[in-house]
Design a protein around this ligand. Structure first.
Ligand code: UDP
Length: 358
Protein backbone atom coordinates (compact mmCIF):
# COMPACT_ATOMS: atom_id res chain seq x y z
CA UNK A 1 0.00 0.00 0.00
CA UNK A 2 0.96 3.61 -0.41
CA UNK A 3 -0.03 5.50 2.74
CA UNK A 4 0.15 9.09 3.93
CA UNK A 5 0.56 9.23 7.71
CA UNK A 6 -0.41 12.57 9.26
CA UNK A 7 1.36 13.35 12.55
CA UNK A 8 -0.01 15.38 15.44
CA UNK A 9 -0.29 19.16 14.96
CA UNK A 10 0.87 19.73 18.57
CA UNK A 11 4.50 20.24 17.54
CA UNK A 12 7.43 18.70 15.67
CA UNK A 13 7.98 14.96 15.93
CA UNK A 14 10.86 14.52 18.39
CA UNK A 15 9.96 17.51 20.57
CA UNK A 16 7.88 15.55 23.07
CA UNK A 17 4.90 17.87 22.60
CA UNK A 18 3.00 15.11 20.85
CA UNK A 19 3.28 12.79 23.87
CA UNK A 20 2.91 9.10 23.10
CA UNK A 21 1.80 9.80 19.53
CA UNK A 22 5.39 10.53 18.56
CA UNK A 23 6.56 7.05 19.52
CA UNK A 24 3.42 5.50 18.03
CA UNK A 25 4.20 7.22 14.74
CA UNK A 26 7.78 5.91 14.70
CA UNK A 27 6.69 2.36 15.52
CA UNK A 28 3.89 2.37 12.99
CA UNK A 29 5.97 3.84 10.14
CA UNK A 30 8.98 1.57 10.72
CA UNK A 31 6.73 -1.50 11.05
CA UNK A 32 4.82 -0.73 7.84
CA UNK A 33 8.04 0.01 5.91
CA UNK A 34 9.39 -3.34 7.04
CA UNK A 35 6.33 -5.01 5.55
CA UNK A 36 7.04 -3.38 2.19
CA UNK A 37 4.53 -0.53 2.22
CA UNK A 38 5.39 2.92 0.85
CA UNK A 39 4.97 5.62 3.48
CA UNK A 40 4.94 9.41 3.42
CA UNK A 41 4.75 11.30 6.72
CA UNK A 42 3.22 14.77 6.98
CA UNK A 43 4.51 16.52 10.11
CA UNK A 44 5.39 19.92 11.57
CA UNK A 45 8.47 21.72 10.32
CA UNK A 46 11.46 20.73 12.47
CA UNK A 47 10.32 17.11 12.77
CA UNK A 48 12.89 14.35 12.69
CA UNK A 49 12.15 10.71 12.02
CA UNK A 50 14.26 7.94 13.58
CA UNK A 51 16.84 6.16 11.40
CA UNK A 52 14.64 3.12 10.82
CA UNK A 53 12.01 5.38 9.20
CA UNK A 54 14.60 6.84 6.77
CA UNK A 55 12.97 5.33 3.69
CA UNK A 56 9.71 7.17 4.43
CA UNK A 57 9.25 10.44 2.58
CA UNK A 58 8.79 13.43 4.90
CA UNK A 59 6.51 16.34 4.01
CA UNK A 60 6.57 19.24 6.46
CA UNK A 61 4.40 22.31 7.07
CA UNK A 62 5.05 25.42 9.13
CA UNK A 63 2.33 26.94 11.29
CA UNK A 64 1.08 27.60 14.80
CA UNK A 65 0.77 24.34 16.78
CA UNK A 66 -2.68 23.28 17.93
CA UNK A 67 -3.43 23.74 21.66
CA UNK A 68 -3.85 20.29 23.25
CA UNK A 69 -7.55 19.45 23.43
CA UNK A 70 -7.28 17.67 26.82
CA UNK A 71 -6.37 20.95 28.49
CA UNK A 72 -9.29 22.92 27.04
CA UNK A 73 -12.14 21.54 29.11
CA UNK A 74 -14.92 19.12 28.30
CA UNK A 75 -17.35 21.70 26.94
CA UNK A 76 -14.79 23.93 25.22
CA UNK A 77 -15.40 24.92 21.63
CA UNK A 78 -12.90 23.75 19.04
CA UNK A 79 -10.26 26.43 18.53
CA UNK A 80 -8.15 27.21 15.50
CA UNK A 81 -5.12 29.49 16.02
CA UNK A 82 -3.98 32.07 13.48
CA UNK A 83 -1.82 30.39 10.78
CA UNK A 84 -2.82 27.03 12.19
CA UNK A 85 -0.50 24.12 11.44
CA UNK A 86 -3.53 21.83 11.52
CA UNK A 87 -5.26 23.79 8.75
CA UNK A 88 -2.11 23.68 6.63
CA UNK A 89 -1.77 19.91 7.13
CA UNK A 90 -5.29 19.23 5.92
CA UNK A 91 -5.19 21.73 3.09
CA UNK A 92 -2.14 19.86 1.83
CA UNK A 93 -3.89 16.51 2.21
CA UNK A 94 -6.92 17.71 0.27
CA UNK A 95 -5.03 19.53 -2.48
CA UNK A 96 -1.85 17.48 -2.98
CA UNK A 97 -2.45 13.96 -1.75
CA UNK A 98 -4.98 12.83 -4.41
CA UNK A 99 -2.42 13.34 -7.23
CA UNK A 100 0.12 11.10 -5.45
CA UNK A 101 -1.95 7.93 -5.61
CA UNK A 102 -2.16 7.19 -1.88
CA UNK A 103 -4.42 4.28 -1.02
CA UNK A 104 -5.35 5.95 2.25
CA UNK A 105 -4.46 8.71 4.71
CA UNK A 106 -3.77 7.62 8.27
CA UNK A 107 -4.42 10.38 10.78
CA UNK A 108 -2.75 10.20 14.21
CA UNK A 109 -3.92 13.61 15.46
CA UNK A 110 -6.73 13.96 17.99
CA UNK A 111 -8.29 16.95 16.24
CA UNK A 112 -11.83 17.74 15.17
CA UNK A 113 -10.99 18.85 11.63
CA UNK A 114 -9.70 15.58 10.12
CA UNK A 115 -12.53 13.57 11.68
CA UNK A 116 -15.06 16.03 10.27
CA UNK A 117 -13.48 15.80 6.80
CA UNK A 118 -13.77 12.00 6.67
CA UNK A 119 -17.07 11.64 4.85
CA UNK A 120 -16.31 14.27 2.20
CA UNK A 121 -12.56 13.87 1.53
CA UNK A 122 -11.48 12.86 -1.98
CA UNK A 123 -9.49 9.88 -0.62
CA UNK A 124 -10.02 7.47 2.32
CA UNK A 125 -9.19 8.98 5.72
CA UNK A 126 -8.57 6.59 8.62
CA UNK A 127 -8.00 7.63 12.21
CA UNK A 128 -6.02 6.03 15.01
CA UNK A 129 -7.72 7.67 18.00
CA UNK A 130 -4.98 8.48 20.53
CA UNK A 131 -6.95 9.51 23.62
CA UNK A 132 -10.13 8.63 25.46
CA UNK A 133 -12.97 11.12 25.84
CA UNK A 134 -11.79 14.59 26.88
CA UNK A 135 -14.07 16.99 24.98
CA UNK A 136 -17.73 16.90 23.96
CA UNK A 137 -17.17 18.24 20.44
CA UNK A 138 -14.53 15.55 19.84
CA UNK A 139 -16.86 12.86 21.22
CA UNK A 140 -19.50 14.09 18.78
CA UNK A 141 -17.32 14.07 15.68
CA UNK A 142 -15.88 10.63 16.53
CA UNK A 143 -19.42 9.30 17.00
CA UNK A 144 -20.37 10.82 13.61
CA UNK A 145 -17.53 8.96 11.87
CA UNK A 146 -18.50 5.74 13.67
CA UNK A 147 -22.09 6.11 12.46
CA UNK A 148 -20.94 6.90 8.89
CA UNK A 149 -18.39 4.03 8.63
CA UNK A 150 -16.78 2.80 11.83
CA UNK A 151 -14.18 0.85 9.87
CA UNK A 152 -12.34 4.17 9.51
CA UNK A 153 -11.62 4.24 13.27
CA UNK A 154 -9.15 2.28 15.37
CA UNK A 155 -8.28 2.55 19.06
CA UNK A 156 -5.43 1.43 21.30
CA UNK A 157 -7.35 -0.38 24.05
CA UNK A 158 -10.87 -1.52 24.93
CA UNK A 159 -10.97 0.83 27.94
CA UNK A 160 -10.26 3.77 25.65
CA UNK A 161 -12.75 2.76 22.96
CA UNK A 162 -15.47 2.33 25.61
CA UNK A 163 -15.48 6.12 26.04
CA UNK A 164 -17.07 6.64 22.62
CA UNK A 165 -20.49 6.05 21.07
CA UNK A 166 -19.66 3.28 18.62
CA UNK A 167 -21.95 1.18 16.47
CA UNK A 168 -19.93 -2.04 16.35
CA UNK A 169 -17.05 -3.66 18.28
CA UNK A 170 -13.97 -1.45 17.93
CA UNK A 171 -10.79 -2.23 16.02
CA UNK A 172 -8.11 -2.43 18.75
CA UNK A 173 -4.49 -2.02 17.72
CA UNK A 174 -2.60 -1.88 21.02
CA UNK A 175 0.76 -0.35 20.15
CA UNK A 176 4.15 -1.47 18.84
CA UNK A 177 7.69 -1.04 20.18
CA UNK A 178 11.14 -1.68 18.78
CA UNK A 179 12.45 -4.19 21.29
CA UNK A 180 16.02 -3.69 20.09
CA UNK A 181 15.85 -0.10 21.36
CA UNK A 182 15.27 -1.23 24.98
CA UNK A 183 17.98 -3.07 26.89
CA UNK A 184 16.94 -5.56 29.55
CA UNK A 185 18.30 -4.63 32.99
CA UNK A 186 18.40 -7.44 35.52
CA UNK A 187 19.65 -5.61 38.62
CA UNK A 188 17.80 -2.44 39.64
CA UNK A 189 18.97 0.31 41.98
CA UNK A 190 17.05 1.52 45.04
CA UNK A 191 14.98 3.80 42.84
CA UNK A 192 11.42 4.13 41.59
CA UNK A 193 10.55 5.66 38.22
CA UNK A 194 7.77 7.77 36.74
CA UNK A 195 7.61 8.78 33.08
CA UNK A 196 5.17 11.11 31.36
CA UNK A 197 4.19 14.63 30.49
CA UNK A 198 4.15 16.50 33.80
CA UNK A 199 0.50 17.58 33.71
CA UNK A 200 -2.42 17.06 36.13
CA UNK A 201 -4.09 14.24 34.16
CA UNK A 202 -0.95 12.13 34.69
CA UNK A 203 -1.27 12.09 38.51
CA UNK A 204 2.40 12.50 39.44
CA UNK A 205 1.37 13.65 42.94
CA UNK A 206 0.15 10.15 43.84
CA UNK A 207 3.35 8.47 42.69
CA UNK A 208 5.37 11.06 44.63
CA UNK A 209 3.32 10.41 47.78
CA UNK A 210 3.73 6.63 47.44
CA UNK A 211 7.49 6.98 46.92
CA UNK A 212 7.71 9.15 50.03
CA UNK A 213 5.82 6.50 52.03
CA UNK A 214 8.25 3.82 50.80
CA UNK A 215 11.27 6.01 51.59
CA UNK A 216 12.54 5.60 48.02
CA UNK A 217 13.49 8.35 45.55
CA UNK A 218 11.30 8.77 42.48
CA UNK A 219 13.05 9.65 39.22
CA UNK A 220 10.75 11.68 36.96
CA UNK A 221 11.32 11.75 33.19
CA UNK A 222 9.25 13.86 30.83
CA UNK A 223 8.35 17.24 29.50
CA UNK A 224 7.05 19.66 32.15
CA UNK A 225 3.87 20.93 30.49
CA UNK A 226 2.54 22.64 33.59
CA UNK A 227 5.18 24.40 35.73
CA UNK A 228 2.75 25.37 38.51
CA UNK A 229 1.58 21.77 38.81
CA UNK A 230 5.19 20.50 38.91
CA UNK A 231 6.00 22.98 41.70
CA UNK A 232 2.94 21.90 43.69
CA UNK A 233 3.94 18.23 43.44
CA UNK A 234 7.51 19.08 44.46
CA UNK A 235 6.19 20.91 47.53
CA UNK A 236 3.89 18.03 48.52
CA UNK A 237 6.68 15.57 49.41
CA UNK A 238 9.85 15.71 51.53
CA UNK A 239 12.89 17.24 49.83
CA UNK A 240 14.92 14.63 47.94
CA UNK A 241 11.92 12.43 47.10
CA UNK A 242 11.72 13.65 43.51
CA UNK A 243 14.63 13.56 41.07
CA UNK A 244 13.72 15.66 38.02
CA UNK A 245 15.53 14.10 35.07
CA UNK A 246 13.94 16.04 32.16
CA UNK A 247 12.79 14.77 28.76
CA UNK A 248 15.24 12.30 27.22
CA UNK A 249 15.37 10.64 23.80
CA UNK A 250 14.42 6.95 23.92
CA UNK A 251 18.03 5.68 23.90
CA UNK A 252 18.91 7.56 27.09
CA UNK A 253 15.50 7.17 28.68
CA UNK A 254 15.54 3.37 28.50
CA UNK A 255 19.09 3.19 29.84
CA UNK A 256 18.12 5.13 32.97
CA UNK A 257 14.61 3.70 33.30
CA UNK A 258 15.93 0.13 33.30
CA UNK A 259 17.64 0.80 36.64
CA UNK A 260 14.31 1.31 38.44
CA UNK A 261 12.77 -1.26 40.79
CA UNK A 262 9.35 -0.33 39.49
CA UNK A 263 7.59 2.20 37.33
CA UNK A 264 4.67 3.92 39.03
CA UNK A 265 1.85 4.80 36.64
CA UNK A 266 -0.92 6.79 38.22
CA UNK A 267 -3.08 8.54 35.62
CA UNK A 268 -6.17 10.45 36.72
CA UNK A 269 -7.78 10.14 33.29
CA UNK A 270 -8.73 7.24 31.06
CA UNK A 271 -5.25 6.81 29.58
CA UNK A 272 -5.71 5.48 26.05
CA UNK A 273 -2.73 3.16 26.17
CA UNK A 274 0.31 4.18 28.21
CA UNK A 275 3.45 3.83 26.11
CA UNK A 276 5.65 4.34 29.13
CA UNK A 277 4.15 1.30 30.82
CA UNK A 278 5.31 -0.95 27.99
CA UNK A 279 8.66 0.82 27.61
CA UNK A 280 9.42 0.12 31.28
CA UNK A 281 8.44 -3.54 30.88
CA UNK A 282 10.69 -3.78 27.80
CA UNK A 283 13.61 -2.85 30.09
CA UNK A 284 12.51 -5.47 32.63
CA UNK A 285 10.90 -2.97 34.99
CA UNK A 286 7.62 -4.12 36.54
CA UNK A 287 4.80 -1.57 36.60
CA UNK A 288 2.64 -0.65 39.56
CA UNK A 289 -0.43 1.08 38.15
CA UNK A 290 -4.00 2.05 38.87
CA UNK A 291 -6.65 -0.32 37.58
CA UNK A 292 -7.90 2.27 35.10
CA UNK A 293 -7.67 2.87 31.33
CA UNK A 294 -4.97 1.35 29.12
CA UNK A 295 -2.50 0.56 31.91
CA UNK A 296 -5.27 -1.44 33.61
CA UNK A 297 -5.29 -3.69 30.51
CA UNK A 298 -1.54 -3.80 29.90
CA UNK A 299 -0.51 -4.75 33.42
CA UNK A 300 -1.10 -8.45 34.03
CA UNK A 301 -1.00 -8.64 37.83
CA UNK A 302 1.76 -10.92 39.05
CA UNK A 303 3.28 -11.27 35.56
CA UNK A 304 4.51 -7.83 34.51
CA UNK A 305 3.40 -5.70 37.43
CA UNK A 306 0.67 -5.08 39.98
CA UNK A 307 -2.63 -3.18 39.86
CA UNK A 308 -4.28 -1.30 42.71
CA UNK A 309 -7.55 0.57 43.11
CA UNK A 310 -7.47 3.97 41.39
CA UNK A 311 -6.34 6.89 43.56
CA UNK A 312 -5.39 4.63 46.52
CA UNK A 313 -1.91 5.90 47.41
CA UNK A 314 -1.56 3.57 50.39
CA UNK A 315 -2.24 0.53 48.19
CA UNK A 316 0.26 1.88 45.68
CA UNK A 317 2.96 2.05 48.34
CA UNK A 318 2.08 -1.45 49.59
CA UNK A 319 2.34 -2.81 46.04
CA UNK A 320 5.80 -1.26 45.66
CA UNK A 321 7.00 -3.33 48.60
CA UNK A 322 5.71 -6.48 46.86
CA UNK A 323 7.09 -5.79 43.42
CA UNK A 324 10.30 -7.73 44.08
CA UNK A 325 8.39 -10.97 43.49
CA UNK A 326 7.80 -10.06 39.84
CA UNK A 327 10.27 -11.72 37.46
CA UNK A 328 11.88 -8.90 35.46
CA UNK A 329 12.43 -11.23 32.49
CA UNK A 330 8.71 -11.99 32.32
CA UNK A 331 8.03 -8.25 31.92
CA UNK A 332 10.23 -8.12 28.84
CA UNK A 333 8.75 -11.36 27.46
CA UNK A 334 5.22 -9.96 27.74
CA UNK A 335 6.21 -7.02 25.50
CA UNK A 336 7.88 -9.35 22.97
CA UNK A 337 4.69 -11.39 22.69
CA UNK A 338 2.09 -8.60 22.75
CA UNK A 339 3.49 -5.23 21.77
CA UNK A 340 6.26 -5.58 19.19
CA UNK A 341 6.38 -3.42 16.07
CA UNK A 342 5.78 -6.47 13.91
CA UNK A 343 2.56 -7.24 15.81
CA UNK A 344 1.36 -3.63 15.43
CA UNK A 345 2.18 -3.47 11.70
CA UNK A 346 0.22 -6.65 11.03
CA UNK A 347 -2.79 -5.27 12.91
CA UNK A 348 -2.63 -1.95 11.05
CA UNK A 349 -2.37 -3.67 7.70
CA UNK A 350 -5.43 -5.78 8.47
CA UNK A 351 -7.35 -2.70 9.65
CA UNK A 352 -6.55 -0.61 6.56
CA UNK A 353 -7.30 -3.47 4.17
CA UNK A 354 -10.64 -4.09 5.80
CA UNK A 355 -11.52 -0.37 5.87
CA UNK A 356 -10.79 -0.05 2.15
CA UNK A 357 -13.16 -2.86 1.16
CA UNK A 358 -16.22 -1.50 -0.66
N1 UDP B 1 9.00 10.19 26.65
C1 UDP B 1 10.28 10.34 26.16
N2 UDP B 1 11.24 10.83 26.98
C2 UDP B 1 11.01 11.18 28.26
C3 UDP B 1 9.70 11.01 28.76
C4 UDP B 1 8.71 10.51 27.94
O1 UDP B 1 10.55 10.04 24.99
O2 UDP B 1 11.94 11.61 28.94
C5 UDP B 1 7.95 9.66 25.77
C6 UDP B 1 7.65 8.21 26.05
O3 UDP B 1 8.55 7.39 25.36
C7 UDP B 1 6.22 8.04 25.54
C8 UDP B 1 5.65 9.43 25.63
O4 UDP B 1 6.71 10.30 25.98
O5 UDP B 1 6.20 7.59 24.21
C9 UDP B 1 4.50 9.50 26.61
O6 UDP B 1 3.48 8.71 26.09
P1 UDP B 1 2.28 8.11 26.92
O7 UDP B 1 1.51 7.22 25.98
O8 UDP B 1 2.76 7.47 28.15
O9 UDP B 1 1.39 9.38 27.34
P2 UDP B 1 0.83 10.69 26.57
O10 UDP B 1 1.87 11.75 26.73
O11 UDP B 1 0.62 10.32 25.11
O12 UDP B 1 -0.43 11.04 27.28
Amino acid sequence: MKLLVVATALGPVGSGRGGGVELTLAGLVAGLLQRGHRITVLAAEGSGLPADCASAELWTCAGTPQPSVQHQGRDAAITMPLDALLARFWQRVLLEAPAHGFDAVLNLGYDWLPFWLTSSAPLPLLHLVSMGSVNAAMDGVIADVAAWDQRRLAFHTAAQAADFALVQPPVLLGNGFDLSAYRFCEQPDALLGWVGRVAPEKGLEDAAAAAARCGLPLAVWGLVEDEAYAAAVQASVPAGTLQWRGFLPTAQLQEALGRCQALLNTPKWNEAYGNVVVEAMACGVPVVAYRRGGPGELVQPGVNGLLVDPDDVEALADAVTEVKRIDRRACRQWVEAHASRAVLAERIEAWVEQALQP
